[in-house]
Design a protein around this ligand. Structure first.
Ligand code: WT7
Length: 648
């Protein structure tokens, strides 16, 4: 294919326009020298000193990376995350600078200065101590996006306890599985939250979870809902703060490799995957990327719309912006309701500089029309970000034009729960952008697209994205080379070391990577990662169900929706009642986010001769496409039945 340009000097993929970062942005950007790629490459791993040196260490690290016994970033170094995110900004004289601006679901607002945050984190840390929480104990946090959640995270970090935040939309069972796995004996939760104007009870879910785990669990409850406080046998968060107000808790020096938090994500097994992140490596990675990718300065107001319960919220609502000393917007709501102007009101009122959201939201904004953002003054924006799934060129252009006024670079950031922080993205003050492609691996990150034999795929050919060198934000399992980190092969000193991301990708001649979706049994719904096996096990648990297969179907708004193909046991009818039971089972096991949009009953599932369910076939059916050759099916008679269902 020729686009009339000499391929040797062609800047990008032939069918994709490149967009240069606006000079006004470059003029003020944190990173502007293109040599940074070469420098990081030549100085690897020493280059990562630049990330670690954005933090304040109580003991200087001995070296940047050691691979003597597992993989150790910044060995010998000691630091405290709460000190780095709070105290040092107070000490630097910015005590009355806003740290958190909270936007509540009912339109309430609260501002915490760094001094306010310092006081409350200290008080809650003292309360945790008094409750007997010790270094390395795991404290579970289960609540919507409230300032108290951030305070609790930082208070844990202050005393060297490890937090495990569980998304408030998850069910009691999902919470219990996570508490059991982590052996967590303390739960910080709240009475409830508001959804579409009505109060949703969270405390009874917390109670049910506590009853079903094997350990005894104490609870601290934040009073979020209006009206009287929740009765029962627990401490109130407010009482904890009142009892310890004004106390100072010395931040505990943590070794670089000591745990900061647990977070659970969906893998390919029926169980959630536990990912453990460390203090020094993780914090260096998110502080560095907040500086280099999000271009954050202490004077900036940063709004990442993700729920704090997900890794995006941990890294770029809490730890990254606060490590920089910026102002972070904490947003409890959803894009709507009330009204479709909510996001733009928040940007306008808080004069947000950097806005980071997911393509699923951008697609919703597009549907509502450009006149909605046009009603607001968005001129404070300097940089836009996207994460969670690929942003197609149309949504990219719309975001660029109607939110960024054509003047803000967009960073399309690729990363995962496992990576801790951004891995692939353009540097907004250096690189040109190519809508639809995330860009190259960041300086210091080595990643490539490989074929099924692990060999680098030729330019333009798809394969799997793998990371070929360790990175500071890598999780503990990868460092130790244990459990799920089997996906990493080889010795870190070996040139064949690699972490398989599970994502399909293709690279162009300049190394710009376009993501093609997951290669494993993981689906991404509205930027939320769900394991199809987890959903299937919940469905199969329903009495009268023999088998189930869950696949992702394409959806204009959500990107992907969940389709379940369910085969009832002999003599059991696929009734609406059974369908309802399937929905309820998934909601109980995981939460409303995982409930299938479509449930199709079928007498059998299409299988290969070896008995494997042919998911590709079901995916085609879910998308109303003609499935490929069905000659390899063991039970071709099911074909007619499924296809006729599509026509209905
Ligand atoms: C999966 C990770 C930490 C990011 C939020 C979700 C997909 C993420 C992009 C992007 C295309 C993306 C990948 C990845 N993904 N960012 N910019 N372009 N796909 O974290 O729940 O761990 O999911 O999200 O498939 O593997 P997660």
């Amino acid at each position: 294919m020729s686009d009339g340009r000499d391929p040797a000097v062609s800047a990008g993929a032939p069918d994709r326009e490149s967009v240069a970062p606006p000079p006004s942005f470059v003029a003020q950007a944190n990173v502007t020298d293109p040599d940074i790629y070469r420098e990081f490459d030549e100085e690897w791993p020493e280059c990562w000193r630049r990330a670690a040196d954005r933090l304040t260490w109580t003991s200087q690290y001995d070296s940047v990376l050691s691979t003597a016994d597992g993989i150790d970033w910044f060995p010998g170094g000691e630091l405290n995350a709460s000190y780095n995110c709070v105290d040092r900004h107070v000490e630097a004289g910015r005590k009355n600078h806003a740290a958190i601006k909270w936007e509540g679901k009912l339109g309430e607002t609260r501002t915490y200065t760094y001094q306010d945050l310092y006081r409350e984190v200290n008080a809650f840390a003292a309360a945790l101590r008094e409750m007997g929480v010790e270094e390395d104990d795991v404290v579970t946090l289960y609540m919507p996006v409230l300032p108290e959640l951030v305070v609790a995270m930082l208070a844990c970090a202050r005393i060297g306890a490890v937090h495990s935040v569980v998304f408030a939309g998850f069910s009691a069972d999902a919470l219990a599985t996570r508490m059991e796995n982590a052996g967590s004996a303390l739960l910080i939760t709240c009475d409830g939250y508001y959804r579409r104007g009505t109060a949703v009870d969270l405390k009874s879910k917390a109670d049910n979870a506590c009853l079903s785990v094997s350990q005894d669990v104490d609870q601290v409850v934040v009073d979020r809902l209006e009206g009287p406080s929740y009765p029962g046998d627990h401490r109130s968060y407010e009482d904890c703060i009142d009892a310890h107000d004004g106390e100072v808790v010395e931040p505990v020096a943590r070794e670089s490799g000591d745990l900061l938090f647990y977070i659970y994500t969906s893998g390919t097994t029926g169980e959630p995957t536990e990912v453990r992140h460390t203090t020094g490596g993780y914090l260096s990675h998110v502080a560095w990327t907040s500086h280099a990718v999000f271009d954050l300065e202490p004077s900036d107001t940063h709004w990442c719309t993700a729920d704090v319960g997900w890794i995006t919220g941990h890294s770029y609502v809490v730890y990254g912006p606060l490590a920089i000393g910026a102002t972070t917007v904490l947003f409890e709501g959803t894009p709507d309701p009330p009204g479709k102007d909510r996001f733009w009101e928040v940007i306008e009122r808080n004069a947000v500089d950097v806005f980071y959201t997911a393509p699923t939201s951008i697609r919703a904004f597009m549907k509502w029309g450009e006149e909605v953002p046009a009603r607001h003054d968005l001129s404070s924006l300097r940089l836009l970000g996207s994460v969670g799934e690929s942003i197609d060129a149309t949504a990219w252009e719309w975001y660029h034009e109607h939110i960024g006024g054509g003047e803000c670079p967009i960073v399309d950031t690729w990363w995962q729960t496992e990576t801790g922080g951004v891995m692939l993205s353009t540097l907004p003050g250096v690189d040109e952008m190519r809508p639809g492609s995330v860009g190259r691996p960041l300086p210091g990150i080595d990643a490539e697209v490989v074929d099924e034999f692990g060999e680098e795929a030729p330019t333009g050919e798809s394969g799997q994205l793998v990371v070929t060198k360790p990175w500071p934000g890598m999780p503990v399992a990868l460092r130790e080379g244990t459990d799920w980190a089997r996906t990493a092969r080889g010795d870190p000193d070996d040139e064949h070391w690699a972490y398989s991301t599970g994502d399909g990708a293709v690279a162009d001649e300049d190394g710009y990577v376009t993501l093609l979706g997951r290669l494993d049994d993981v689906v991404n719904v509205s930027g939320r990662r769900l394991g199809t096996t987890e959903i299937e096990s919940a469905i199969i648990g329903v009495e009268g169900i023999a088998e189930a297969a869950v696949v992702g179907g394409e959806d204009d708004l959500k990107g992907t929706t969940i389709h379940a193909y369910v085969s009832p046991a002999a003599n059991v009818a696929g009734t609406d009642d059974l369908r309802q039971q399937v929905r309820a089972a998934v909601e109980d096991a995981i939460g409303p986010v995982a409930v299938p949009e479509e449930i199709t009953f079928t007498s059998a599932l299409p299988k290969t001769r070896s008995g494997k369910i042919l998911r590709r076939y079901l995916e085609a059916i879910a998308n109303g496409e003609q499935p490929e050759d069905t000659s390899s099916l063991r039970n071709p008679e099911v074909v007619g039945e499924l296809e006729s269902l599509v026509d209905e």
